[in-house]
Design a protein around this ligand. Structure first.
Ligand SMILES: [Zn+2]
Length: 133
C-alpha cells in the first residue's frame, strides 16, 4: 500500500468488560466485543495506522487511551483514499448501523461518535479495502 491520504477504520477487540479512563471524557465502560473506530490521515496514512498499532505511546487522541489497555487489540484495519470530510461521512454511516460510544473521537467535529460497537466487520468490506497488518 502506498497511500498518503485517506480514511481508515480500526476494528478493535475488547476481550472483557472494562472501564477505561479516556482523557477528558473520563471513565467509560466498554462491554466485551468488537468496535470500529474511524479516523483520517491527510499526510501519511500508513504511519498513522502503525502508530495506532503500537501500545506504548504518548496519549493524544481518545483512541490512544483505549488501545493502551491490555485487553484491547486492533484485529483488522480498513482504509480508502479519501478527503478528510469523508471521515465524518463514514462515522455517521457506522453510527446508523451500530451503537455509538457517544462523544468518542469527535472533539473536532459534530458527529455523535467516531467509535461504534459492532456485531461483525463484514459490512466494512463493502465500504473499504482491508489493510494487511
Ligand atoms: Zn466526525
Amino acid at each position: 500500500m502506498s497511500m498518503v491520504k485517506g480514511v481508515y477504520v480500526l476494528v478493535v477487540s475488547v476481550g472483557k468488560d472494562i472501564k477505561v479512563n479516556i482523557g477528558a471524557l473520563g471513565s467509560i465502560g466498554f462491554e466485551k466485543g468488537l468496535y470500529a473506530y474511524v479516523g483520517s490521515a491527510q499526510n501519511g496514512l500508513e504511519k498513522r495506522v502503525e502508530r495506532h498499532l503500537r501500545r506504548a505511546k504518548r496519549k493524544f487522541w481518545h483512541i490512544d487511551y483505549l488501545l493502551e489497555n491490555e485487553f484491547v487489540n486492533v484485529v483488522k484495519v480498513f482504509y480508502k483514499e479519501a478527503e478528510k470530510s469523508d471521515e465524518c461521512r463514514v462515522a455517521s454511516e457506522l453510527s446508523e448501523r451500530a451503537v455509538p460510544v457517544v462523544n468518542f473521537g469527535c472533539s473536532d467535529c459534530d458527529c455523535v461518535s467516531h467509535l461504534v460497537k459492532i456485531d461483525d466487520y463484514g459490512f466494512l468490506r463493502n465500504l473499504m479495502s482491508g489493510m494487511r497488518l
